[in-house]
Write a protein that binds this ligand. Structure first.
Ligand SMILES: [Zn+2]
Length: 427
């Protein structure tokens, strides 16, 4: 190793320990259940869905994983198979999660250790103080976003630690007669035309924002372009969806573009930002989802960004291949910010590249470092450990290269982990 590599390594460790780890953090996107935020047992930790997908990719069958029902069976299956994936970054995160329950990162994984940890997980699951302790006290997470589906009842949750984002996919890219039926049943209002739908959706978004909701959120399919759409055309296509007719790709693009623009208008009226999750193609055969490199993935929405200049868009990217385009687009539109590293991009080589590019090209007020995408509070902590290490690493590299002073790096860490998201999401 060269002296430079050594000094980056040393500085990363020191900067992580003294600056980055103690900083409070905002997590702007998770799938945590606000009413039941903690893992029920060790099975939900060691068979977290990222781990399951890596086991299946390595040849452990879905039926085998589904067949392990009891905690003991799950622990045994895990111990038989985890070495297949112990090189991956998901496994590294898992070891950070297990640390929460007393298994140190270098300890050997044994049946006894995992079953002992299971008792702790089962105890913390029923301890109402655990979510705040796991997130706040132990990991300094100040606020955590919940994803609330627009077609479902909004559950009660602890607003001291959580805030709501309203997921719109079921009424935009995934809209069907079925999802419209659910939305109608939820709101108790008839939806028999685009006009009646617009009225119901307007009320729903307004009451969500009035009740403390902080953002709209949606994934957009990379295969669909964003096209300028006349309302009369959208109304005809909407009627066909209500009648359960299938739409062709161009027709879907037309309707979805109209609905996206409509909801952007509602976000603008309600003065809450809109999260756009870009770059994953799904479902593929076998219910798969992969990153898709698509031309103009971000810049295709330029007309939307320009039309709704007063609406803030927070962009999530699943592929580093779109990073430069996203940065250039954000440089042109003041209402665009870039957030975190989504799904397949949540790994050191991509985080380092994307974060370095962003820090060298964009004013820091437009950047947010972290969202966990976690399904329980334990995995939120595991993913945060990785992000903190990579943030410290990138800032250390920039300090060693003399592009940043230490005080600049400290200020940036605080802005990216806490201040910018606090301001954007009005927390
Ligand atoms: Zn997600």
């Amino acid at each position: 190793m060269s002296d430079t590599d050594n000094s980056i390594g040393r500085l990363t460790d020191e900067f992580l320990r003294t600056v980055v780890e103690p900083l409070p953090v905002v997590d702007v996107h998770t799938h945590i259940n606000g009413q039941d935020p903690a893992a029920h047992d060790i099975g939900e930790i060691i068979f977290y869905h990222y781990i399951v997908s890596e086991l299946e990719a390595s040849g452990v069958s879905h039926a085998t994983i589904e067949g392990a029902k009891s905690v003991e069976e799950k622990v045994d299956l895990f111990l038989e198979s985890y070495k297949r994936l112990s090189n991956t970054i998901t496994y590294w995160c898992l070891r950070r999660v297990l640390e929460l329950h007393g298994i140190t990162a270098d300890a050997e994984l044994t049946r006894e250790a995992l079953l002992e940890a299971n008792e702790k997980v089962q105890a913390t699951h029923v301890d109402p103080t655990w979510p705040a302790r796991a997130l706040g006290e132990r990991n300094h997470v100040r606020h955590t976003a919940l994803t609330l589906n627009v077609t479902e009842e909004i559950p009660e949750f602890d607003t001291k630690i959580f805030f709501g984002t309203l997921r719109l996919d079921d009424l935009i890219g995934n809209v069907t007669a079925g999802t419209l039926g659910q939305f109608s049943a939820l709101t108790g209002k008839a939806i028999d035309s685009l006009a009646s739908f617009e009225g119901v959706a307007r009320d729903r978004v307004a009451s969500f924002a009035k009740g403390g909701g902080r953002a709209l959120s949606l994934g957009l399919p990379p295969e669909e372009d964003f096209v300028s759409t006349h309302r009369d055309d959208a109304a005809k296509l909407f009627d066909r969806v209500l009648k359960e007719r299938t739409l062709g790709l161009l027709e879907r693009e037309t309707l979805h573009s109209y609905l996206l623009e409509f909801f952007a208008g509602l976000g603008s009226e309600a003065q809450i930002p809109m999260q756009l999750l870009l770059g994953v193609r799904r479902p593929l055969p076998g219910n798969a989802a992969v990153v898709a490199v698509a031309p103009g993935l971000v810049s295709r929405y330029a007309a939307l960004f320009h039309k709704f200049r007063e609406l803030d868009f927070d962009i999530f990217l699943a592929s580093a291949a779109h990073s430069q385009e996203a940065i250039a687009t954000a440089k042109n539109y003041p209402n665009l910010s870039l957030t975190g590293f989504w799904w397949y991009a949540f790994s050191p080589p991509y985080i380092r590249t994307m974060l370095t590019e962003r820090l060298m090209a964009l004013p820091a007020v437009k950047l947010h470092a972290f969202f966990s995408d976690a399904y329980n509070v334990e995995w939120s902590a595991g993913k945060l450990a990785l992000l903190r290490r990579e943030l410290a690493r990138v800032l250390a590299e920039l300090m060693v290269s003399r592009y940043l002073s230490e005080s600049q790096a400290s200020d940036l860490a605080r802005a990216l982990l806490l201040e910018n998201a606090t301001r954007l999401y009005k927390l």
